[in-house]
Design a protein around this ligand. Structure first.
Ligand code: ADP
Length: 591
């Protein structure tokens, strides 16, 4: 495997990258959808290009008249008047054409962006965790930017350039096929270097993009874990990681810059060769009287007119190449297969059952080896066991965050992964420390799990978690804008907001992972009361990392090495004198 292939392999291990065929198909669909506006844009550019041809023709005529010495001042005056009219008409047509192509580009870009957001938010959580946030972040920022540029400026440029080049090229050949011969120099000079460039640039840009993803990942990890980095003195290690990531980006950029540096000189030669050729060859033809001076002049001016659009087109080719890799990364997000397909089945009852569940984070390495558990509605089950036994994994599966590899976890007889996400959240929820406050009103934040909730419902939920006082005291009550940039909520208020959302989602079963739950030891006592209010009347699975939770539970499941080793009430397990009894004794002695 070449170093380049090895490096692009890094990208393959993260989120998928759509193959070129998918990208081309998608672009085809986009263009077909906007066929009519695209035709209108094309038509206007065509008008502008045709009108634009008048200028060189008029100048050619003037030169012809003057050199033959038969020029009457009125003839020249008419021609100059014609020239002025042509310039005005060309400007007007170009303005209309550009305006309509910008509008069209913005539409297409908005559509693409909406599509990307839709695929990104429905990504399975496990996929995002495995790929790391850096990759997704890079795709949402760098890649969208790259595409935005090409769509906003590329589509208009390409349409203008292609129509101008074609119309002008045809006009040149029609004026005099013989004098137009130097035009062939351009494709001759360009062919080989461009082919080589296009072949190498695709993989090169993919590599470059992958290194940006890595760099973003390192930056995001470091910022998110800043306090850990500080506490464990990891700053040197992070520095080394940054340096590595930057070096790789630098290598990738050097490589692609190198490709461009070797390609651009040939482009320049290809640009100027036909002008020089047309001047010499046209001059010679006119000198010998093979073509009239007026025609030779017009041809030289036409060839010169080709330069700008041709240059823009080629410049765009590079941007398009870059954006095409971005596009394959953006469409790749939509290629991730869904981790659940709703079957439309409705659960009969609230009973959660785990049946012979196995689960692996990495293929071939199961961390759960056939776990079965039957929850009694309304009971409190504590899951205990040594660290790394699989408790948190079991908790995630019981909340339906991931599906088991084999076996089933059902609620009322229906597997959790067969439920729509909205439906699932009304059945069972994982209580985590995440209490993100979205930018929006307090009411918007609360209504997320139940959009149909009335203001009355929202106030009741806030009351249930002891948050009514501060909520009603906000400047505009429920309509107060919270989140970054709005009214800043305190940590405790944000946690209560998350709890109030749970009350509104009203799942009958809650999975509470102590390691990541709201039960922050620093939390004020009234927060515990708020949590207590949410737990009341629901089935609770508590992943207990502290044994006093187990003592208060109805039943205790001891998980060891990915299996349920013991299951029963605290008293029964103590009487059995197995691992739980040993754990309990050592914990009590330590306490
Ligand atoms: P516990 O909650 O009992 O401490 P976990 O469920 O967190 O145990 O972990 C069970 C096993 O799965 C451990 O060996 C752990 O290393 C592994 N594991 C946990 N999370 C991941 C992950 N995201 N990727 C790979 N392995 C994981």
């Amino acid at each position: 495997m070449s170093p380049l292939a090895l490096r692009t392999d890094h990208a393959r291990r993260t989120l998928p990258i759509a193959p070129g065929k998918v990208v081309r198909e998608h672009v085809g669909v986009l263009l077909r959808e906007h066929r009519r506006p695209l035709l209108v844009v094309l038509l206007w550019h065509l008008v502008a290009a045709v009108v634009g041809l008048t200028g060189p023709w008029v100048i050619g005529q003037v030169v012809g008249l003057v050199t033959t010495g038969r020029a009457a001042i009125t003839d020249v005056g008419v021609l100059v008047g014609l020239l002025a009219a042509a310039v005005v008409a060309e400007t007007a047509a170009t303005w209309v054409a550009r305006r309509s192509s910008f509008v069209l580009s913005e539409r297409i870009f908005a559509q693409l962006r909406e599509g990307f957001v839709a695929s990104a938010v429905r990504l399975p959580l496990s996929t995002v965790e495995r790929a790391g946030t850096g990759d997704l972040l890079a795709r949402t920022t760098n890649d969208i930017d790259a595409i935005s540029y090409v769509i906003r400026f590329g589509i208009p440029t390409i349409v203008v350039s292609i129509t101008t080049v074609l119309v002008t090229g045809v006009a040149t050949v029609l004026a005099s096929p013989l004098a137009a011969l130097p035009l062939l120099l351009t494709p001759l000079v360009w062919f080989l270097p461009t082919r080589r460039y296009l072949r190498l640039a695709g993989p090169g840009y993919l590599w470059e993009h992958a290194t940006y993803a890595r760099l973003n990942g390192v930056a995001a990890e470091t910022v998110e874990g800043a306090s850990t980095v500080d506490a464990l003195g990891l700053s040197d290690e992070r520095g080394v990681r940054f340096a590595e990531a930057i070096r790789e980006s630098h290598d990738a950029e050097r490589y692609t810059v190198g490709l461009r540096l070797r390609w651009f000189p040939w482009l320049e030669v290809g640009f100027f060769a036909p002008i020089a050729g047309a001047l010499l060859w046209g001059g010679w033809l006119a000198w010998d009287g093979v073509v009239p001076v007026a025609t030779a002049t017009a041809v030289v001016l036409y060839v010169q007119r080709l330069l700008d659009p041709l240059g823009e087109l080629v410049g765009m080719l590079d941007e398009i190449q870059f954006a095409a890799t971005s596009m394959s990364r953006i469409l790749g997000v939509g290629e991730v297969p869904p981790d659940r397909v709703a079957t439309g089945a409705t659960p009969a009852g609230d009973r959660l059952a785990v049946e012979h569940v196995r689960y692996a984070y990495r293929e071939g390495q199961d961390v759960l080896h056939g776990v079965s558990l039957d929850l009694q509605p309304g009971e409190r089950l504590a899951v205990v066991g040594p660290s790394g036994a699989g408790k948190s994994t079991l908790g995630r599966l019981m909340a339906g965050v991931d599906g088991p590899r084999t076996g089933r976890i059902t609620v009322g007889g229906v597997p959790l992964v067969d439920l729509e996400l909205d439906e699932l959240r009304g059945q069972v929820a994982l209580v985590t420390q995440e209490h993100h406050v979205f930018v929006g009103t307090l009411a918007d934040n609360l209504r997320l799990p139940r959009p149909s909730a009335t203001d009355e419902d929202l106030l009741t939920a806030l009351d249930a978690v002891d948050a009514l006082d501060w909520a009603t005291a906000l400047p505009e009550g429920l309509a107060t804008v919270v989140g970054s940039g709005g009214h800043e909520l305190t940590e405790a208020q944000a946690q209560q907001l998350a709890l109030a959302r749970l009350v509104l989602a009203d799942p009958h079963t809650l999975v509470l992972d102590e390691a990541t739950s709201l039960l922050d030891p620093r939390a004020a006592r009234h927060l515990e009361r708020s949590l207590g209010a949410v737990l009341t009347g629901r089935t609770v699975v508590a992943i207990a990392h502290r044994l006093h939770t187990a003592h208060d539970a109805d039943r205790v499941a001891v998980v060891e090495g990915g299996r349920v080793a013991e299951l029963g009430s605290h008293d029964a397990l103590i009487a059995e004198d197995g691992s739980y009894a040993a754990l309990w004794r050592s914990w009590r002695d330590e306490a």
